[in-house]
Design a protein. Structure first.
Length: 304
């Protein structure tokens, strides 16, 4: 690719929790990189993914949902999201369709007023509302901030995502590619595996255990069996905050833990394209979300 003809740059994806940031990124990239859940705050670290085509390259900074902080983990997540703005060339703000701009959105608007970067408002989940009402929702946001563009989409269905990509490339600078053309993410496989296990735990546990869980990869070993087949041995620990939560995660006779492991293993095998031997344990680390040492140990402060 000729750098005089290609565009490349960083796009920070921001928004309140559960607006579909990770779903949109996974849609654009074409495969699962960030975990998605119907629960807010599934994304905890900034996830960097790469999209490349003949137009150039976009590095997406998928950030934790901007929300009121309740503990040190929340403070880290908010700090991560806001600091991503300084690294970006374009800001993409995802919102849900609404004619009401709540306090959380107002807070984001005040933060956006501090930047001179182009801000593209992406109104996601338009498949969930009446088509005629979308214009009213767009008008509400247009009056609140001077956006470079306002684009309604459905990340779940993929509608209008091509238009969004065209506009993102429009606002990026010309320049060389930052990554090889086949790069999809800067995340190490161990981190992707940990996030995959956490996603499956959130899915299986439903509302029984809140977001006070983390996953630590204790061992990740690639080897070849005696039959000459590749296999990955993974040992991971699910961390929870209370003894009562540990019992729920394990389940009666270990049934819940087995369910989480079985579902996670299938996704990990798709990611690694090889057979996986997954073993899970559960440990209690009380109030780990308010403990600097535990947060650092679980990888949340590594990029600070």
């Amino acid at each position: 690719m000729n750098e005089q003809q290609t565009k490349s740059g960083y796009v920070a994806i921001i928004g309140r929790p559960n607006v579909g940031k990770s779903t949109l990124m996974n849609r654009i990239i074409g495969q699962k990189i960030a975990i998605t859940s119907n629960k807010p705050q599934t994304t905890r670290n900034r996830i960097q993914t790469v999209y490349t085509d003949e137009r150039g390259q976009i590095i997406f900074l998928d950030t934790p949902g901007i929300n009121q902080t309740k503990n040190k983990l929340g403070e880290f997540m908010l700090d991560t999201a806001l600091h991503s703005l300084a690294d970006a060339d374009v800001i993409m703000w995802l919102v849900e369709p609404s004619s009401y701009i709540g306090p959380g959105e107002q807070y984001i608007i005040e933060e956006l007023k501090k930047t001179t970067l182009p801000v593209i408002l992406v109104m996601n989940k338009i498949d969930m509302v009446e088509k005629d009402s979308v214009f009213e929702f767009i008008d509400t946001y247009r009056k609140a901030f001077d956006f470079a563009e306002i684009i309604p989409i459905s990340a779940r269905e993929g509608s209008n995502v091509d238009t969004l990509m065209e506009q993102l490339f429009r606002y990026l600078p010309y320049g060389p590619l930052y990554y090889d053309e086949d790069t999809l993410t800067d995340q190490p496989m161990k981190q992707i595996v940990a996030e995959t296990i956490r996603e499956k735990a959130l899915y299986c546990l439903n509302e029984e255990v809140p977001h006070g869980i983390a996953v630590v990869i204790d061992r990740y070993h690639e080897r070849t069996t005696q039959a000459g087949e590749p296999i990955v041995d993974i040992e991971a620990t699910i961390i929870c905050e209370k003894d009562s939560h540990k019992g729920i995660v394990i389940g009666k006779n270990g049934t819940m833990l087995k369910k989480i492991g079985s579902i996670a293993r299938k996704d990990i095998e798709k990611l690694t394209e090889t057979k996986v031997n997954l073993k899970l344990w559960v440990k209690v680390r009380k109030e780990w979300r308010d403990n600097d040492a535990w947060l650092k140990n679980f990888g949340y402060y590594e990029n600070r």
